[in-house]
Design a protein around this ligand. Sequence first.
Ligand code: SAJ
Length: 400
Amino acid sequence: PEVVMIGLGYIGLPTAALIAQNNTYVHGVDINPKIVDIINAGKIHIVEPELDTAVAKAVKEGYLEAATLPVEANTYLIVVPTPFKDKNEPDISFVEAATMAILPLLKEDDLYIIESTSPIGTTEKMSELIYSKRPELEDKINIAYCPERVLPGNVMYELVNNDRVIGGINEKSTEKAVAFYSQFIKGDLHKTNARTAEMCKLVENSSRDVQIAFANELSLICDKAGINVWELIHLANKHPRVNILNPGCGVGGHCIAVDPYFIVADYPMESKIIGTAREINNYKSFWCAEKVQTAKLQFELKYGRKPSIALMGLAFKPNIDDLRESPAKYIVQKVLQNANNEEYFIVEPNISEHKVFKLTDYKDAVKKADIIAFFVAHKEFKNLEINNEKVVLDFCGIIK
Ligand code: SAJ
């Protein structure tokens, strides 16, 4: 193979399929043998539009194969997770393990690229690791960082069309990496150094987190002030230089709710806004759970009976089936912890079953419940007929 791709997850597999589409031989590596078997059968283990056909074709034509161990190639891409150790400490041990796995295979002129979201300095650290074990390769191989920036649900389009930021540990490495990506990517390829490219990825997601925190803060203020925050934002955004995002039930997913901590962990004294934004967005989920609790008690006081409650949405954002780091799921768990013999209808139209929650059809739930709490603005929830007597808690701006 020409390319070894380490990590066949949400980013690695689509990228491998894209490279293979270009008639380049890709050897994909994953530590999970089940994933390897699924891919070698021409199937996929994640939900992503158009990925199934791309993988099926690449495997059938022999351009993509998967295995649990790497083989010799010219280009090595590291696309493994970088989770947290304890609470907010980034863990680069998977990047390290992937680097160690390919270390014996590296030869002069090879290209080694990290795509995984990484704390600042990781690429330099990995180059030091490589050179300490293989000193003869010092300055003889090319090492670069190039973060992905695709949006789940639109990965196959964005992989090709988004601009990319590419930062080598030296100019030759940057040039080599640019030449590599230019074979598959239509977006512009912007050159920089490795540290800036690492920071750029963290900053993109932190910027979005901070902007959502601003919207969420407004929603808390407006709730106290008796102002409709959605109308307020709509009007403020009529200003030519104002563009406020949408408040919601918190920020989830494995990127925006995570990456800012990579900056805060290393620069705690300097990253005040970034850290506070995380706190506000986390607090917003807690606040939503409290609001449901209050509505429940008020209903009981008013009607002298326990309400039935519809909890609408579990996914981390609209119209997807991904529940990872989902604020809606957190709120539902919190609400259920406070349950006191009320009847609950838990709704998530994008999944058919859940191992913990018993799911209810969204129309049934809306019909039967006394209190309806909307956490995620799924398309199914738009334009629902809701009886005037029901208590509606709209945390995602779905009710017009
Ligand atoms: N959200 C709001 N209000 C908004 C927008 C989003 O509350 O106005 C919430 C969503 O409901 C969700 C969270 O924020 O819980 C994140 O959703 P998202 O759609 O903003 O982003 P992700 O996590 O799906 O993907 C992001 C993207 N980054 C940016 O837009 C800067 C994507 O381009 C990255 O590639 C991806 O993170 C990643 O992998 O890092």
